[in-house]
Design a protein. Structure first.
Ligand code: SF4
Length: 351
């Protein structure tokens, strides 16, 4: 541990083998290493957050992932699709309430139309020109491209031209055997990577997420982070890494116990230690609640994410956490750090 501390303190990369060797480390040891990485990377004493609005435009989805409580299921969850007018009204309300970023997230549909996607982006930008559009997911982009019969690169080009500013990473778990088990109809690891490369080719940014607690091993989590670190070395496309523990309630993985708060905090710390090429590690407060997210600031998190007004995907699993900009600031201050509001590119908007 002392050798590793010296290495991380000098901001040197740790190997996959060294990361695997941390499986039995205590939360205290991992937090020490994560703090050493933060100091070595010069991340300072400030923690950011963003005021944003999630618009879940539809829950129609053919993928039916085992870990998802959100998608429409006959007799269980009713299907809905928001009209353009409904989406625009939500966007306008969000802007009035101080949101600087809109996220659009739906399911994967055989009818998903790139023309519709471009059209709604144009309408939102026309109505809220300053709004940063962090929209869709690599899987949605993949389906738009496939349905339109065009390359991923061309699809991303058209989305960007229509107003998309960045695309959330929505990576789930980048280990094929896990994907085959929990989301066999969703994009494969290679398809997800292709979408990320298409973003890079179009000069767009993304975030790298990880959904964990799906029944994977510690080594699977490290493998996920290895893939992310490797792509980041090649592309520098990820602005942040965000780890979300599964909320198994109301899903077909409800037999899997929820990841504990300690396990969550250890995973945040591990990400901070391992991902030496991503400046921001975000705390997934939505599933964990603000108190645990506050603790994550001490294990390497330097961004609290967004207030995500009216997010529905996690809510569908029965999780009722919510917060405000004031709640974000209070949590950051309580952790002994200085809060600031950021924009979609992680630049400071106001202290
Ligand atoms: S996680 Fe996404 S792709 Fe999977 S079933 Fe839910 S909405 Fe569909």
């Amino acid at each position: 541990m002392e050798n590793l501390l010296k290495k991380v303190g000098a901001n040197q990369r740790i190997s996959v083998e060294e990361a695997l060797g941390l499986e039995g480390a205590s939360l205290f040891e991992l937090a020490r290493l994560a703090q050493a990485r933060c100091a070595a990377m010069g991340l300072g004493n400030r923690v950011s957050y963003i005021v944003n609005r999630m618009i879940n435009y539809s829950n129609a989805c053919f993928a039916k992932c085992k870990f998802c409580a959100y998608h429409a299921r006959a007799g269980v969850v009713e299907k809905f699709v928001l009209s353009d007018d409904e989406i625009l009204k939500i966007a306008k309300d969000a802007e009035r309430n101080g949101a600087v970023q809109i996220m659009l997230q739906g399911g994967l549909s055989q009818d998903a139309s790139l023309d519709w996607a471009c059209s709604i982006l144009r309408k939102i930008k026309a109505q809220c020109p300053k709004m940063f559009l962090h929209v869709f997911s690599p899987s949605e982009v993949f389906v738009f491209a496939r349905n339109a019969g065009i390359s991923l690169e061309e699809c991303v080009r058209r989305l960007k031209e229509a107003g998309a500013d960045s695309v959330p990473g929505a990576a789930d778990m980048l280990v094929e055997k896990i994907r085959k088990d929990v989301s066999p109809l969703k994009t494969s690891v290679e398809e997800w990577k292709s979408a990320i490369y298409a973003l890079k080719k179009n000069g767009m940014f993304s975030s790298a997420t990880m959904t964990f607690g799906l029944g994977e091993t510690f080594a699977d989590r490290i493998e996920h982070m290895r893939v992310v670190r490797e792509i980041q070395d090649e592309t520098n496309v990820f602005k942040a890494f965000i780890a979300w523990p599964l909320a198994p309630e109301n899903t077909r993985l409800s037999h899997i116990p929820r990841v504990s708060a300690v396990e969550f905090l250890k995973t945040i710390a591990l990400a901070r230690i391992f991902l030496d090429n991503i400046g921001v590690v975000q705390s997934g407060w939505l599933t964990e609640g603000m108190k645990v997210a506050e603790l994550a600031i001490m294990t390497g998190c330097n961004d609290m994410g967004g207030v995500l007004m009216d997010e529905m995907v996690v809510k569908s699993a029965g999780i009722g956490n919510s917060t405000t900009a004031g709640g974000m600031r209070a949590a950051i201050l309580a952790a002994g750090k200085i809060p600031f509001e950021r924009d979609g590119l992680y630049e400071e908007l106001k202290a």
